[in-house]
Design a protein around this ligand. Structure first.
Ligand code: PEP
Length: 238
């Protein structure tokens, strides 16, 4: 899944989307998706309509509709053709004060609209250095797990150590695997151990294969490297 963040323009996206279309992957065992900014969702849905690549949004409101100026609801995202929506990306948690509880409310709003929430969790550098990684991830997951098996089994989890996002510093496959295994064990406590767990944090075409070879790493949430069609397609191939 490519997270374009706040990048792009109609013209620039057209080139990127044409690049993705040109060698549309036909994976028989994985999903491929891109998450453009809100104004470009319809452009991406149109451009990718007859391909295997689906489209997601980067955020949604926890509310269904109404007087929430500047917000976008899950049903609006579904209406324009989104299938997925990121919730709780670390940039939302950091810059928009999204709490663990709010993230769970947003995941519930996504499910209500028929979207698959991709719930992002992960520790900061200070937390990692203090040996708090597993505790932080457990705290972030708690309100999600409290939603129960019916809800959790329809989600995707993305483990993204904050210190690895956009820094060029990737967790080693072994470091990531250890956290993914712990997340899988937490998911198992509500019978949702089959939920896909993506790794995110400076994934690129050179390190994807090694990360994906780990038992509990089921895919990737890719930021910077998803802005170049050839690089993103090489990650998909991996
Ligand atoms: C992200 O945006 O979720 C991300 C992991 O970014 P990057 O791949 O650039 O580190």
């Amino acid at each position: 899944m490519g997270n374009w963040k706040m990048n792009g323009s109609l013209a620039g996206n057209a080139t990127l989307l044409a690049g993705l279309r040109a060698s549309t992957p036909s994976p028989d065992n994985c999903d491929v998706a891109v998450c453009p900014p809100f104004p470009y969702l319809a452009q991406a849905v149109d451009a990718l309509r007859d391909t295997t690549i689906t489209v997601g949004a980067q955020n949604l409101s926890q509310h269904g509709e109404g007087a929430y100026t500047g917000e976008v609801s899950g049903s609006m995202l579904a209406d324009v053709g989104c299938v997925w929506v990121l919730v709780g990306h670390s940039e939302r948690r950091t810059y928009h004060a999204e709490t663990d509880q709010l993230v769970a409310h947003k995941a519930a709003a996504a499910l209500q609209a028929g979207l698959t929430p991709v719930v992002c969790i992960g520790e900061t550098l200070a937390e990692q250095e203090a040996g708090q990684t597993l505790g932080v991830v457990a705290r972030q997951l708690a309100p999600i797990l409290a939603m129960g098996n019916d809800a959790v089994s329809k989600m995707v989890i993305a483990y993204e150590p904050v210190w690895a996002i956009g820094t060029g510093r990737t967790a080693t496959p072994e470091q990531a695997q250890e956290v993914h295994a712990a997340i899988r064990a937490s998911l198992a406590s509500v019978g949702a151990e089959d939920v896909r767990i993506l790794y995110g944090g400076s994934v690129n075409a050179s390190n994807a294969q090694q990360l994906f070879s780990m038992e509990d790493i089921d895919g990737a949430l890719v930021g910077g490297a998803s802005l170049k069609a050839d690089e993103f397609l090489r990650i998909v191939a991996a």
